[in-house]
Design a protein around this ligand. Structure first.
Ligand SMILES: *Cc1c(COP(=O)(O)O)cnc(C)c1O
Length: 474
């Protein structure tokens, strides 16, 4: 499998690249995102053969289609040491909970940071370590987090040879638990950079530095944001897992409700569908930052400025410029890189684009996506409803997904709501909804009292660049 850019026929100015190359690169040299030349498609017979597989076997079946320049035995070994009961709480890795007939919760948040990001980042860390050792190379990871990617990446990469992590986070805008989880890591290869700004500022700085070819080359800069294709590929696996767990026939359709911010999770669902998984609807749930809901309702993509991005009680979705969305639009245009490049020039120049009334707008209506928005009051109501009716406590992001999922649910179609974090990470909102504290796994007692280590920098590319240059792995 070779990878191209969403903005040109090759990988930027280069010919299509193999997996191990794009694994270490964030953006293509032309500013586009790496996508596989095609989606590996399972025939119905191949799909049926996947049903009895356990999570690690399923992960190999999916990932070997994309990471095909890693020898099969090595890839299986990487997968086997990533997806363990010790790291993810059970060999199920992503257990499915039935709330009632045809209504499920897919629990992908049982990793070390209690959010679904661990599914991808635990794998990514092991892939990085493997590829770097083979190439005798080092890598400085540069990332931006709205709360969960940061701790997930740092816990996965801490102490790994040849790797340093520079993680930008919006100062004072994450939950105390999220903040403590990240800032309490004191490993020498972990650098927490608190930015005076919002998540989109952090992401813009990372994108700007990732587009700086000379800087990237000099300091071996890599990405862990969900713009990294390997993360998407890792997340595709649990759509298969959830599908097989919720169905008993191979032609049955299911819908997924997905709390969305940077559009990575739901993009993985889109990829799973392109690979042949019978998904009926992908239900995109946003919070009050509803750029994606507006798009799926109207065809109009209108990014918001940092100052218009609201701080909400589902903070990991406080995103107004969803990076991975470009990969979906690439498919929507039937993989027309020239059209995508033009649309993103409109994003730069005019803050968005409108597909309504264009041929792409018509394709959007048939793309199998629906959307909805959820507010703070909706989250509280949904958390209470799930606790009363099903005796489960969900986190505020999962609540956004369930709220919109139930609105867009169709009779007779199994609905799988993806649980993106555990409630322990967001105790303030849980207390507000239920009047009591969520259960906290014992390993996390006293987390907020640990000493914290971070530097504060302004939302300024040059300041971050100079910090990275001073501390980067040679
Ligand atoms: C990252 C995150 C999201 C958003 O996922 P995307 O892949 O960015 O759309 C939703 N909920 C939680 C808890 C998250 O950590």
């Amino acid at each position: 499998m070779r990878y191209v850019s969403t903005r040109s026929a090759g990988f930027g100015l280069l010919p299509p690249q193999p997996f191990s190359t794009i694994l270490l690169e964030g953006l293509a040299p032309d500013g586009g995102l790496a996508v596989p030349e095609n989606y590996a498609r399972f025939t119905p017979a191949e799909l049926a053969a996947l049903r009895p597989l356990d999570y690690r076997q399923l992960a190999f079946a999916v990932l070997s289609r994309y990471a095909d320049d890693i020898p099969a035995a090595d890839l299986q070994a990487i997968i086997d040491r990533t997806y363990t009961a010790a790291t993810f709480g059970s060999d199920e890795i992503a257990p499915l909970l039935a709330l009632e007939p045809n209504l499920f919760l897919l629990r992908v948040s049982n990793g070390p940071t209690l959010a679904f990001k661990d599914i991808a980042l635990q794998l990514l860390a092991n892939l990085f370590e493997y590829v770097l050792a083979k190439q005798h190379a080092t890598l400085n990871i540069l990332g931006a987090t709205s709360g969960d990617t940061g701790s997930s990446a740092e816990l996965a990469m801490r102490g790994k040879r040849g790797l340093s992590v520079f993680m930008l986070s919006p100062k004072g805008k994450m939950s105390p638990f999220q903040t403590a989880q990240m800032y309490s890591l004191t490993d020498a290869n972990i650098f927490n950079i608190a930015i005076d700004g919002v998540f989109d500022d952090c992401q813009d700085i990372v994108k700007s530095l990732a587009g700086d070819a000379a800087f990237k080359r000099q300091f071996h800069i890599g990405a862990v944001n969900s713009i990294n294709w390997a993360r998407i590929a890792a997340q595709v696996v649990y759509y298969f897992k959830g599908y097989f767990a919720a169905t008993s026939r191979d032609d049955e359709q299911v819908s997924f409700a997905v709390p969305s911010g940077n559009f990575g999770n739901v993009l993985a669902g889109h990829v799973a569908r392109q690979m042949g998984l019978p998904i009926r609807r992908l239900i995109v749930a946003t919070n009050e930052n509803d750029v994606l809901d507006e798009f799926f309702r109207s065809g109009r993509y209108r990014v918001r400025r940092a100052a218009e991005t609201l701080q909400t009680s589902s903070p990991s979705m406080d995103i107004s410029k969803a990076s991975n969305f470009e990969r979906f639009v690439f498919d929507l245009t039937d993989r027309d890189a020239v059209a995508v490049a033009a649309l993103w020039r409109d994003v730069e120049a005019r803050g968005g684009f409108d597909l309504a009334g264009t041929p792409f707008g018509r394709r959007l209506r048939d793309a199998g996506f629906v959307s909805g928005r959820s507010t703070h009051a909706d989250r509280l109501k949904t958390i209470r409803m799930l606790a009363e009716r099903y005796d489960v406590v969900v986190d505020p992001h999962t609540a956004d997904g369930v709220k919109v999922g139930l609105e867009r649910r169709e009779a007779g179609v199994p609905l799988i709501c993806i649980e993106t974090a555990l409630p322990a990470k967001f105790s303030t909102t849980i207390r507000e909804a239920l009047g009591y504290e969520p259960k906290r796994p014992p390993a996390y007692e006293g987390l907020e009292a640990l000493p914290q280590r971070f530097v504060t920098l302004p939302a300024d590319v040059a300041a971050v660049k100079s910090f990275v240059a001073r501390h980067a792995h040679a």
